[in-house]
Design a protein around this ligand. Sequence first.
Ligand code: BV8
Length: 237
Amino acid sequence: MNELEQATKRIQNAAFPAVLTGAGISAESGIPTFRGEEGLWKQYRAEELATPGAFRQNPELVWEWYNWRRSLILEKGPNAGHQAIVKLQERFPQMPVITQNVDGYHAEAGTANLIEMHGNIFRARCTGCFTVQEHRSVDNLRPLCPLCEKPLRPDIVWFGESLDNGVVNSIFAILQKTDLLIVVGTSGAVYPAAGFASQVYDSGGAVIEVNPKPVIPCALQIKGKAGEALPALVDLV
Ligand code: BV8
């Protein structure tokens, strides 16, 4: 049996599969990943801009980066990889989808039971009164809170910031329960997401990885693009 057939069997026999995605699932939508060649923005790396320090030091530069990403995300849309996960949820209606991505594409594709663990690029949070609101502007470099007029920040988890406790608890409950974690399009460079696959594997679960450059040793690795391999896999299930 080849990897695709083995993976199909594992999914067919799964009692409570779960999905974890990273930037790679949006690559075929035309959204640059963080650590691929095209992942750099101007001369910056995500780790230099997606931090509280960078925002304190140069909020306009950080807003410029998010405005650029938001306009690109608005221009494009979910791809066949996102749609395949929605189709898999028809087979497994309880299947949770945990994403590291902030582009909103899983929600736009109609994904249920979705956890956006790093927040969402179309929300902003007030640095004064902490109100969270929708934010779709692509050119405002100094957005202010309409309630208290303090500066807004992206409602996104930056490097060095803790994830929301509720989100962490929900994810760990899923990782305890799942018997199959399907990991799509992540380089496994960022924690805590980078530890999820081994956590499932160490507690007796199975892991399938879909990535042109697989990185998870304990996974059944399917070397391929999300937009091609996922639909093929879901069609076989
Ligand atoms: C935390 C939002 C507790 C931003 C993101 C020192 C001080 C403080 C913390 C740390 C520290 N050292 C380490 C840490 C922990 C830190 C961390 O992990 N750092 C790394 C750099 C080592 N983590 C944190 O800070 C987290 N919080 O730990 O809280 C704490 C608190 C204080 C002090 C200590 C601990 C918070 C991390 C959240 C950061 N925010 N996103 C934004 O988006 O603007 S993470 C960012 O990276 C994105 O969300 C992204 O999704 C994520 C992971 O990247 P990937 O998704 O994997 O993307 P990447 O480009 O890397 O890979 C793409 C993959 O796709 C590749 O494998 C490629 O082969 C594949 N691919 C390409 N094409 C396709 C494809 N796959 C399929 N199909 C294709 N077509």
